[in-house]
Ligand binder design. Structure first.
Ligand SMILES: *Cc1c(COP(=O)(O)O)cnc(C)c1O
Length: 432
């Protein structure tokens, strides 16, 4: 198919996510991807600076993942997961539990981050319900993002475009991200919210709020807040859909805290970007509240593709990769390089603030901008024209490179960012 034919069909037939079609640019046609690069229809390459929304952490078409997928295709690609089971799920359950925080005991499968959050919220509501308590409230962090389905959307604090749905939200209260400065106030708020036993769960993104433009917070204060919620009998839900699987330097961001969550949401890099899959994990304590002679105490939630064997097989292979020496070395090297980069740009004139955690680096430009809009698109285009794929959020530019990124590849991306910052300072790139 030529590029023109492809785009004609796209424009005629397709409704893209997160898009106002009247004003949006024509989408970019991608022909293929290999390693850490995307290729357009003219075979021009682009470094995948955000691992295709934090999924392709092992680059594109990693041979180990492709092999696992092909082998599984020869045996079983799909079967009902209610009342049936299979080896890929059994293997994955063990390899995942081996690397999860040690209090996690059970895995519930779905297909995307939003559903993993819906399931977590439902688990928490029903956990209390099954123990003869009705707790109708959820508490979330300000600026959090948890997905686009109703429960997840309700829990998200970035509801700029959620106007049409607000009347249907579940009841979510918000507390600020705890810092050394506000910790006492936040704890007072927690105590106040918890006092009449109405709060079912507290949901949070540990260490990094991704969609809030890679805002980072310290583990210490969050740890204290989690302990306080647990003291009040509120279930804690770590949304590790973005932070999971190595990006923060540990297998999970929760590994960097003392108190472990009751429930964890996983998706994105779970299968290395090959199959859409998600898992909600929980402790035995949570599971036991559902374990009963009474049918209705079970969790009556399920998706057609739950526990899909192809997804399980490739997720299992991805965990093997994550644990491997080359990938762990890659994470260590990228982490060090991002730290140096952050250090070197601390006092750059065009940088308002800059930070890194694990392989993730984010910087806020010293300019005011809208979250989405014309200027943001200009920044995207500037980098894209020079072979780097990033998705700026407002005035924040960030990198979440694949763990397979070579040092020179990362250097090239970082140097491009410096060139951009210098260009803003000198007024050479564009006037904002
Ligand atoms: C992406 C994301 C989600 C939603 O996942 P989808 O697969 O897009 O539904 C939820 N929580 C966090 C933290 C995310 O980054």
């Amino acid at each position: 198919m030529t590029k023109e034919e492809l785009l004609a069909l796209d424009q005629a037939n397709i409704w893209h996510p997160l898009t106002q079609h009247k004003t949006a640019a024509v989408p970019i046609a991608i022909a293929s991807a290999e390693g850490n690069y995307l290729y357009d229809m003219e075979r021009k390459s682009y470094f995948d600076g955000i691992s295709s929304w934090y999924t392709c952490s092992y680059g594109h078409r990693h041979p180990v993942l492709i092999k696992a997928m092909k082998e599984q295709l020869d045996h079983l690609h799909h079967v009902v997961f209610a009342g049936m089971t299979h080896e890929p799920a059994a293997r994955l359950s063990q390899s995942l539990l081996d690397i999860l925080p040690e209090n996690q005991a059970k895995l519930f499968f779905s297909e995307n981050g939003s559903t993993s959050v819906e399931i977590a919220l439902k688990m928490a509501f029903q956990y209390h319900f099954n123990r003869d308590e009705k707790r109708p409230l959820v508490v979330a962090l300000e600026g959090g993002f948890h997905g686009d389905t109703f429960g997840a959307m309700s829990a998200s604090g970035l509801s700029v475009y959620n106007g049409p749905f607000e009347d249907f939200f579940i009841d979510v209260r918000r507390i600020p991200v705890p810092t050394p400065d506000n910790l006492e106030q936040v704890l007072a708020q927690v105590d106040q919210l918890a006092q009449d036993r109405q709060v079912a769960s507290f949901i949070y993104e540990p260490l990094i709020q991704g969609a809030a433009a890679m805002k980072m917070h310290r583990p210490e204060e969050l740890d204290i807040v989690l302990k306080r919620w647990q003291h009040h009998g509120v279930l804690t839900i770590a949304d590790e859909v973005m932070t999971g699987f190595g990006k923060t330097g540990s297998f999970f961001a929760s590994d960097q805290m003392h108190s472990q969550p009751d429930i964890i949401c996983l998706s994105k890099a779970l299968t290395g970007g090959i199959m859409p899959m998600a898992i909600t994990t929980c402790t035995s304590k949570v599971f036991e509240a559902f374990y009963d002679d009474e049918l209705a105490k079970g969790l009556f939630h399920g998706h057609t593709y739950s526990g899909n064997p192809l997804g399980c097989a490739v997720a299992n292979a991805a965990i093997g990769l994550l644990e491997s020496v080359p990938i762990q070395e890659g994470i260590t090297q990228i982490t060090a390089s991002q730290k140096d980069f952050v250090q070197s740009l601390q006092s750059h004139q065009s940088v308002a603030s800059i930070r890194s955690k694990g392989v993730i680096m984010a910087l806020d430009l010293n300019i005011q901008m809208q979250r989405y809009g014309y200027q943001r698109n200009q920044i995207f285009q500037w980098f894209w024209n020079r072979g780097l794929f990033i998705r700026p959020l407002g005035n924040t530019i960030y990198l979440v490179p694949p763990f397979t990124t070579q040092q020179d590849q990362l250097k090239t991306a970082q140097e491009l960012i410096i060139q951009f910052l210098d260009g803003i300072s000198s007024g050479a790139i564009f006037k904002i």
